[in-house]
Design a protein around this ligand. Sequence first.
Ligand SMILES: [Zn+2]
Length: 240
Amino acid sequence: MALIYKMWKLCKLGLLSLVRLFIPRHCVVCGACLCEEEEVLCLRCNMGMPRTNYHLWKDNPVERAFWGKFPLGRATSYFFYQKGNEYCHILHQLKYEGRKDIGVAMGRMVAADLLRTGFFEGVDVLLPVPLHPSKKRRRGYNQSECIASGISVLTEIPVDSVSVVRIKNTESQTRKSAFQRWDNVKDIFALRDSSAFQNRHVLIIDDVLTTGATITALADALENVEGLRVSVLTLAMATS
Ligand SMILES: [Zn+2]
């Protein structure tokens, strides 16, 4: 049985290499052809990625963004997102071009880096920021769920994408003022099953942190859960 499994794995690898020979994969940032070991990003773009390394700082700017909003365990964003920067392609392709594989691969990359620093210690469950069901249907997936599933592969922390729902389909936040953003997301989430988070340490996962309004609205929806601890991890952090 083990031999058959090994042979199947070898055949699968061979087939994959053959497919990649005819359909080359490209770096999502610079467009260069990726080699076998590279995933989503080429080595050069991976090395040059504007990582925040905020997970190594106490009271880092992401944590400070939530001060006074809700009780926070720890928080970080993985890389800086600046409009017009070539690394924007990661988020654009993930959200608007159907590339959910980018979310999973980036989630794995984030987890591999943060695991060694103990960032995930004590975390019981990953909570991707829910999309409104109609938006999820339109897009075909929730990009934050993709990131969470990549993180889960390495950390083995389960993902909960059912216990909280988005009950309001808000307009895009991008063209709104800071005040409008906070108003726009008030009461947009509803907790379906509070027992899922009782006495748990929940890590909220999102793609981009801008004002923190959406994540705060999600934390607010959980505020009456007994013994809850909330931490935050986003793939990117918007800078002006
Ligand atoms: Zn590249």
